[in-house]
Write a protein that binds this ligand. Structure first.
Ligand code: SF4
Length: 414
């Protein structure tokens, strides 16, 4: 199994190897989905080549922060990475391959929209070395897709999954969204639509599924509808049932609050983030994390795509290294980092040893002990014979509550 470096006998290994992940943000979309608040822009034409040159320039100026680590996972996320021209993706991957000291990543993921999948592109992505394609499907129900403002149809999405399988991808992952209530639908109708999407997904046999609850992000069109009195979200009971039927209908165990797999296709990139493994994010709005002597440094690029490209062109004219504007940079103390690591571990169904995590970070577990105990008393965490803890099904269901309890152990300031 590919992820034994992180999971040993169902347990998260806090001493995972000296790895880092590379995240490439592709902030372009052909139009905005009605629920979306992600950092992406509608630009036409898509400046695929210029943007790729900017990504290479930014990566060149930042990879030295990660020189003591081995490149383990590489992830093109968005936005819509499948809007990048395959020649440009190849250019970026050639840059990685030719950069001294970078190993070939063991997991190479591309997020794609179903309407961009064709036999020719699937073949091209395979030959570029992608091991995992993550499809933004959201629903196998045309009314729901229209309600969410997606461009593709259910049929297109099903064909996309089959096409990727036929091209030889073992790890086809699908993203789905639950909790939408189309005006005029009853709660049972909404539940029926969700069950239909899950059953269709199960028949297509993806290796992995991520199921996200629809949330109303401020100033999105769906949020505006809701503000004007239209019920666009299901009630709590329907939501609870929607979540409950996911693993049995997909026939995949849940291994994290939003993630399911049959046991062979955990996302190594996401596991790395939950394990506190450093990552470099490049592109507008991309986040990075690395460990420095003064603590854990977290930073994020500014989100404006046009400003990012303008800054790149200015740097090119001046023959200067390209380092885009930042939205923020912060240093986390070991105690804050411990709080974050406990919260991330508690999102999963794997076992973890809080003392090992604290020791690894040079942090003090003592302030967290009463809160860990409290979570156990409430049935959100269970203790196991080997000193490890594990989130219970109730703790997964009430994960926000568990977050709050664990965060109470964090210091007041960083
Ligand atoms: S394709 Fe993805 S990133 Fe683009 S608008 Fe839709 S949900 Fe947002």
């Amino acid at each position: 199994m590919r992820n034994t470096l992180f999971i040993t006998k169902g347990r998260l290994d806090p001493l995972a190897k000296n790895a880092f992940g590379l995240y490439i943000h592709v902030p372009f979309c052909l139009r905005r989905c009605l629920y979306c608040a992600f950092a992406s822009s509608v630009l036409r034409p898509i400046p695929s080549h210029l943007y790729t040159l900017a990504l290479i320039a930014e990566a060149s100026s930042k990879l030295h922060h990660f020189s003591q680590y081995t490149l383990d996972t590489l992830y093109f996320g968005g936005g819509t990475p499948s809007l990048l021209d395959d020649h440009d993706i190849a250019l970026f991957l050639d840059f990685i391959a030719s950069t001294q000291g970078l190993a070939t990543p063991r997991e190479l993921t591309l997020e794609a929209n179903p309407e961009h999948v064709s036999p020719a592109r699937a073949k091209s992505w395979k030959s570029l070395g992608f091991t995992r394609i993550s499809l933004g499907i959201q629903a196998f129900d045309d009314d729901t897709l229209k309600f969410l403002g997606r461009k593709h149809s259910s049929t297109q999405a099903q064909i996309a999954v089959d096409t990727l399988h036929q091209a030889g991808f073992d790890e086809v992952c699908i993203d789905l969204i639950y909790g939408a209530q189309i005006p005029g639908d009853s709660p049972s109708h909404a539940l029926h639509r969700w069950a239909h999407s899950l059953k269709t997904a199960q028949k297509l046999a993806p290796a992995h599924a991520s199921c996200y609850e629809l949330t109303l992000e401020p100033h999105t069109p769906l949020w505006t509808r809701h503000q004007r009195g239209s019920h666009v979200l299901c009630d709590d009971d329907t939501l609870a049932t929607m979540m409950q039927i996911i693993p049995e209908t997909l026939n995949m165990p849940q291994y994290e609050v939003s993630n399911y797999t049959d046991g062979s296709a955990f996302s190594a990139h996401n596991l790395s983030c939950w394990m506190g493994i450093p990552y470099l994010g490049i592109g507008p709005a991309a986040h990075s994390m690395h460990i420095a002597p003064q603590g854990v440094i977290r930073r994020a690029n500014a989100p404006d795509v046009r400003a990012y490209l303008d800054d790149f062109q200015r740097a090119q004219t001046l023959h200067a290294p390209f380092s885009p504007a930042e939205a923020f940079a912060e240093t986390l103390s070991p105690q804050m980092h411990l709080a974050e690591r406990l919260i991330l571990a508690a999102r999963t169904r794997f076992a973890w040893n809080p003392a090992d995590i604290a020791r690894q970070l040079g942090a003090d577990l003592t302030p967290f002990l009463p809160h860990l105990k409290r979570a156990q008393t409430l049935g959100l965490l269970e203790s196991r014979h080997d000193q490890t803890l594990r989130t219970t099904p109730k703790g997964i269901r009430l994960n926000n509550r568990l977050d709050e309890i664990l965060f109470d152990g964090a210091p007041e300031t960083t």
